[in-house]
Each structure stands twice: as C-alpha cells, then as structure tokens.
Design a protein around this ligand. Structure first.
Ligand code: FES
Ligand code: MG
Length: 584
C-alpha cells in the first residue's frame, strides 16, 4: 500500500475506533472460520470472490477450482479473500427461463457488494447471464472489480466433425423431425458437444459476453478465450487475484473503464466475432447501470459495417479451442485497430489501455480468425428495425443463408425486402402444439411470429423466436422461415430472426394487434417491419383488445416473477429493473 492508497472501505467494519461496539461484533464473527485478528486489522484490502459456480451451474462450476488460484494471487499481493455465492444462473436448466434470473442475481450481488466489508471483487463469469449480472452489479456499486472468465469447454466431436454447444441441437432437431435419427442418437449427438467443464464452446451468448467483457476492458487481456481445463486458465486466475489487489491500491473502478468508448469498442468486437443477439440487451443494461448513454441504434451505426472475422459456429466452422489458439480477443481487436475502429485510449483492468494491450497482437491461425481484408462476411453487425409492429428490434443479417436469400431476398426490383402472410404463435407452448399441424396453414411463404415471449409476457423473455418450419416443409427442403418476435434467440442459433421486439405484446406493442393471415412487409434496407393494414384498423383492434383487458399472458408462478414483471423495462433499453439505474 502506498501513501496515495485510498482509505479502505473495509476499515469501517474492522477498524473503526469511533464505534468499538460494532467493530468488535464484526471482527468476532469473521474470525470464527480461521482468519486472525492481526489479518483483519492489518490494513490489508479485503477482496471478495463473487462465486457463480455450483452444482446447479455446471457451466461455471470450474470456478470452484479456479477460486483456489485466485486466493493464492490475492494472498501473494497482500490481500485477504472472502468468497461468497452469487444466485445461480444456468442458461439451459432454469425454468421458465434463465432470463428471469439475471436481474435477481444483479440485485443480490449489489446488496452483497454494498453491504459487506469488501474493498474489491473478482467477478467469476461464464454462462450467459452470469457475465452481465456481475458487470451490472459492479457498475452500480462501482467498487474496484475484475472479471475472471471460466472459459469455454473443449471442442466437441462426433464422427470426426466438430459438434458445438447449442448449434448441434438446432441441427439434431431437424434430423429428428425429418426422421433421420432416433431419440437415443439425438441425445448422443447433443451430448457430444459438451466434453469437459466450461461454458458453451460455440460463439453463443457465453463466448460472446466473455469476449465483450474483455473488449470492455473488464478482464485481463487475452484471458476470455482460454478453455476452462487449460493450464493457462489456472495461471490467469492467479494473475487476476494478484491484479485486483493492485486495482484497490490504484482505486481503479468500473466507472474508469466502462466509458462510452469502451461500449463502442465492444459493439465493434461483437460484429467481428459474430456475437449473440443477446449482447445488445446486456450491454444496454450494463451501460445504464454505469450511467452511459447507449441507444440501441448505436449497434447499427457503430457495428453494422464491421465484417465477421471469427470463424466460429454457429456462423462458421470452428469452436472455442480454435478461437484461443488463433489469438482470441486481442488478435481480433488488433485487426480492428488496423482500420482505426477501436478507441485505443480506453482504460482496462490491467491499468493499460486497449491499444497498449492489443496493438500488434498477430493472428495465429487465419482459418479461424480472418484478417480484416479477407472477412467471412462483409457487413456482419446487426440492423435495427422499427415500424407499426414494434419500435425496435434487432436482426443479425450475417447469418442469412444462401437458401434463405434465394427464397426471400431475390426479387431484382426489391432485393432487400420480403412480404408474406403471418402465422402468429402466443408463446412457446402454442408453437410446440401447432407447428406441425397442417391446419396451422404454414407455407414456404409464411412469416412466423412469436409473441408473449418478452420480459413481461414470459417473465425474463424466452429464447424462442427462432422457430423451425413444420416437419412437412423440412422434408420438402424448406429449412428456415423468417421468424419475428418479442422474445430472444439463443446465441448458438444461426437463424436470421428479427428479435427482441420492443415494446412486447404484453406491453401492448404492435405485435399484440397482429392476426394470422395479415400480410407483413420487412424491408432490410429501410429497416422497417410493418403489417400492411390501415392505421384505423390497427386502432380498432387496439381499442377492442384494451376493452377485453389487454394482451393476455400466463399468471406468475413465483413471487419474483410477479415483482420483476411489475418493474422490468423492455429489451431495447436493457430489460433492467426500472429505477435501479439511479443508484450509482
Ligand atoms: Fe451455460 Fe451455454 S448453457 S454457457
Ligand atoms: Mg442463451
């Protein structure tokens, strides 16, 4: 500790002569598992490890092992560790959806960071929502914070081919629907994608958010992509522990790092890596909690023209191990630096700037990370759409397949637009019941709509907008139909869906007024999505729906569902607990 070291906030608990009663009480209980009085009163910083790993959270479970190395790093640098649990979030295991838990974990972590004697914190991130939940809380409390990724699983393999998390499910679903595999083979195929500890090995929401955390400057450079079981992962856990102690001494806080420049850097990196459509929701949430203005439109203006460089499934071929071997985030950032696309002055947790950390980092395998002048897709960012169906929705145009383009975007007079009759589903259960029923009336011209799947309608917003065509169309070779909805889509899905539509039907957005059979026009060039009905007809339907009590959605099943529904915002502004952003 140097003379300029800020007064440690933990001293208010452990070394407060003005309140000796409480000091004694705080001390006696933190002594009782083996810490000594000397240690607690030595003036050493108290470092929290926000532990997101548990048996319920297998994606992050390896953090239980890594925490030992973090402790060694903290100790060596002169700090004391207090490790504590974070509310579990497991993306695929939580019902009705893990989306419900991001704000709950955020709330819990804010209370923990604020209310206990901590001077700094190591955020253990990994599975999809654990990363934004931790960063949102760190933003609110603004305590020196550093994130440690758990790292992706090793590559999955089946019959000599890479099988990637989630992505293999969409493929296996089609094989099963077409009768080419049975149930047992379906499970074997899916399980082959998960050969080790760690998070999803595709460029799904987990790899995306861990990469963006590094691009934001909140984790050590080069650390995001290291696979969970690699020895380098242990080493970076140790270095992260050491570094957080220095950060406390330097008083380097999230507000010094999470600037508007940092978010714009992350948006560009998201395009270059082919990142998840969940990223705009989570970055908006982190930005609001740190007080940075980040309108959804920034994703298009900052990110749309950036090319896809990382050849990972679902957009490409490779998986997590390959991404690390090819250079990970720093190699990608360096390609963008070469084009002047990165704000190089953005500060990062190691006390150096993004430019210092990444400039000159070479690509080690150009099959996996392409140089800027040989991209996989030219304009890989999202476009933001609006119209009479919603105010804002995002679409990842880089995953539009040649088949999809030929079917929907090949009119020479109107190359960026398509039109068709809507088939509307109210929530995922309705879709599962009716998708294969010929009476639903789905043809190759149909646009599939999913509503009642937003933050209020399906509390937390379900990842259900990417819908497969009915089995009878798949057997005829129609593998994808346009999908539009007020829910989310798994980052591991390669569908070119129009997602995160805000406001949702449950908040009486335009989707609530849509009826099966209505014609809808999507214009990707103009960025519009409209049902082709006169305003009077829409007003008539709105009045009728309001008179009937509004758009109906299922009742809450838990207290938290009810609480969150009452205060959650829409996805275009981060789906945060409205009002929470004023606590900074
Ligand atoms: Fe946890 Fe993908 S399900 S990382
Ligand atoms: Mg997901």
């Amino acid at each position: 500790m140097t003379a300029s070291t800020p007064k440690l906030r933990s001293r208010a608990w452990f070394d407060n002569p003005a309140n000796i009663d409480m000091t004694a009480l705080y001390l006696e209980r933190y002594l009782n598992f083996g810490l000594s009085l000397d240690e607690l009163r030595s003036g050493k910083p108290i470092i929290g490890i926000a532990q997101t790993g548990s048996d319920l959270s297998p994606c992050n479970r390896h953090h239980l092992v890594l925490a030992e190395r973090v402790r060694e790093g903290v100790r060596e640098a002169g700090g004391i560790v207090l490790e504590f649990p974070v509310h579990p979030i497991q993306e695929t295991g939580k019902r009705p959806t893990a989306g419900l838990d991001r704000n709950l974990a955020y709330l819990g972590l804010v209370e923990t960071l604020y209310g206990y004697p901590l001077d700094g914190v190591v955020l253990t991130i990994g599975c999809d929502k654990t990363t934004p939940a931790c960063l949102m809380a760190a933003a609110t409390v603004n305590l020196p914070s550093i994130a440690l990724s758990v790292g992706p699983m090793l590559n999955g393999w089946h019959k000599g081919e890479r099988t990637g998390s989630g992505t293999i499910v969409w493929k296996a679903r089609q094989l099963l629907a077409a009768g080419e595999i049975d149930d047992a083979e379906f499970i074997r195929l899916v399980a082959s994608s998960a050969p080790s500890t760690g998070y999803c090995n595709t460029m799904g929401t987990a790899t995306t958010m861990n990469s963006l955390c590094e691009a934001l400057g909140m984790s050590l450079p080069g650390s995001a992509a290291i696979p969970a079981p690699y020895r380098d992962r242990q080493e970076v856990a140790y270095l992260t522990g050491k570094r957080i102690v220095e950060m406390v001494a330097e008083d380097l806080k999230p507000s010094d790092i999470l600037t508007r420049d940092a978010f714009h850097n992350a948006i560009k990196v998201n395009s270059a890596i082919g990142g998840s459509t969940n990223a705009p929701i989570h970055l908006a949430a982190i930005a609001r909690h740190i007080g940075v203005d980040l309108p959804l439109k920034d994703w298009e203006t900052e990110g749309h023209k950036v090319p896809l460089l990382v050849n990972l499934q679902p957009a490409g071929e490779y998986l997590g191990e390959d991404y690390y071997r090819a250079g990970g985030v720093p190699a990608v950032v360096n390609q963008l630096i070469g084009q002047g696309l990165i704000a190089e002055d953005a500060m990062t947790v190691n006390g150096k700037t993004m430019g210092n950390n990444c400039r000159g980092i070479a690509i080690e395998d150009e099959a996996v990370i392409r140089p800027y002048d040989r991209p996989l897709v030219a304009e890989a960012g999202f476009i933001v759409l609006s119209g009479n169906l919603f105010d804002a929705a995002v679409m990842k145009t880089s995953v539009i397949s040649p088949e999809f383009r030929a079917r929907y975007l090949s009119n020479p007079d109107d190359p960026d637009a398509f039109e068709g009759p809507a088939v509307v589903f109210d929530g995922p259960e309705d879709y599962h019941h009716r998708i294969d029923d010929p009476a639903t009336g789905i043809t190759p011209q149909t646009l599939l709509f999913m509503r009642g799947a937003g933050p209020v309608g399906y509390p937390g917003a379900a990842e259900v907008v990417n819908m497969r065509p009915p089995a009878y169309l798949i057997t005829e070779g129609v593998n994808a139909l346009p999908c539009i909805g007020d829910g989310r889509q798994s980052g591991t899905s390669g569908s070119p869906s129009i997602l995160n539509a805000s406001p949702e039907a449950a908040a009486m957005g335009g989707l609530a007024l849509l009826q099966t059979g209505d014609r809808v026009r999507i214009d990707l060039n103009k960025g519009t999505a409209d049902v082709l009905l006169p305003p009077e007809e829409l007003e008539r339907r709105r009045a009728e729906l309001v008179a009937a009590g509004g758009y109906a959605y299922p009742a809450s099943q838990t207290p938290w569902q009810e609480i969150q529904r009452a205060v959650v915002g829409q996805m275009n502004t981060g789906a945060i607990l409205e009002g929470a952003e004023k606590y900074q």
